[in-house]
Ligand binder design. Sequence first.
Ligand code: MCA
Ligand code: AMP
Length: 520
Amino acid sequence: MPTSAQIPNSPLQGNLFSALRGGFPSDLDGVAVETDTGLNYSWRDLERASAMLANLLVSLQLPAGARLAAQVDKSVEAMLLYLATLRAGLVFLPLNTAYQSAEMAYFIANAEPAVVVCTGKNFGWVSKIAFKAGVAHVFTLNDDRTGSLLQRATHCADQQAVVLRAADELAAILYTSGTTGRSKGAMLTHGNLLSNAQVLKTCWGWRSPQAGGDVLIHALPIFHVHGLFVALHGALLNGSKMIWLNRFEPRLVLQAMPRATVFMGVPTLYVRLLAEPELNAQAVRHMRLFVAGSAPLLLETFAQWQRQTGHTIVERYGMSETIMLTSNPYFASEGERRGGTVGRPLPGVRLRVVDEAGHPLPVDQIGSIEVAGPNVFKGYWRMPEKTAEEFSADGFFKTGDVGRIDATGYVTIVGRSKDLIISGGYNVYPAEIEAYINELPGVAESAVIGVAHADFGEVGLALVIAKPGAAPEPAHILASLKAKLANFKVPKQCLLVPELPRNAMGKVQKNLLRDQYGGL
Ligand code: MCA
Ligand code: AMP
């Protein structure tokens, strides 16, 4: 892996969009994005359409730092909205399309966006929440290139002077749920995002268009770090074409592979691709790089991918608060790609493992992972105390992940100190689900734990104690949760139990529950 000194020294000053735009190839008429519905967007299209949308946003005359919240289905136009938000110097707040009204009401009240963009089908309830919270502008954007946002933007000029932003100004806020209380908005700056994108460009050997070029299969959602930043920034900064899938569909990915070179996915995507009989060395012959992350990649999946395709997946590790932290080497000269590990810290990232007192631990000892570097976020939105709690006295961010570093610098994540379930690459915080369950009639208390799942890696299991004399129906409990929460957060199973094991402090011992029910 290159050292920080070898990372290209592009200026970290300025608007991230300008740096991404600087990566576009000189021939702007070439294809930048090809969709599965047969549409082609040239680099000039990306430049012009993002300028038009940015001009629309600039015309709203919003103050610096104003937020634009988007809960829209994946589409090229949704990606252009992100680029336009950067261009206009506003702060992008992507929201998972699975979020329902209570979740949306919280994000909108907490972030106080000036602009909300939602789908036409959700306009009724989303605009109600937004207007009630004082949002001045609500637009719609659908994945078939319709909606008021595009209608309004068609009247705007297709050239725009990118609004200047300093490296430490906010580019995006990503909400990440907390182990206690409500979600926290991780504030990422233009500098955070650009420095990380530049490091990954070098580490993963992105091939410039002059050197044959790369083609990325973009199959991830664009409301989280993996799809929005790691995949998208990589392609744009390198001037690489994207084969754009609005939904992950294994057959479409397989069809795209003969024309592509790079694929990024959460482990569930690899598990589902492995189930395709056509996935073999011939199918991936044109590919050069497979990246996995967001959740632990099972050794079994890593090894089966090697056997079935002849390719070795590059597993990397990241967080919403830090973007990417470590990666297995891409170049053989920098070491082997080791399954079960997340590789070495990226250039510029300082990563240490500490004991409970915060003292760094020697090689191979297990402890809490802490990190520092240009990629580490600015803090949680309007939560200075929470921010202070999550940083050590000497400025390292406490990831909540537990791991070790071996003598060769490879990091292995062995668990989490935070009570978190990662299901199909989405984070689910048991505390949030338990709070909903505990409010249901007939429920005394509950505990939600993660259990192994062949497809999603991990899924939630709800263990519920009934109130004396009550007999709440597990199926009703799950149905009630489905009506209120994003679908991926709903536990896949619910069991009534007589008691929950507790330690001397009265805290539920989830490790014991995982031992007892983990095999379900
Ligand atoms: C869908 N379902 C899920 C999940 N997704 N259940 C648990 N976990 C999930 N992840 C459920 C739905 O509730 C629904 O259940 C049923 O599965 C089918 O839903 P559908 O939408 O059709 O599912 P799908 O399209 O097959 O989606 C599965 C998926 C998707 C493609 C794996 O979850 C996905 O795109 N995951 C990627 C997430 C991601 O990008 N993570 C990166 C975060 P029912 O019918 O009962 O309602 S960034 C990050 O973590 C850090 C920074 C990092 O390191 O990258
Ligand atoms: P998020 O807050 O959604 O960004 O999720 C970040 C969390 O995902 C990290 O703190 C890790 O627990 C987990 N994670 C990301 N990549 C990996 C990986 N390669 N292996 C294990 N866990 C991972």
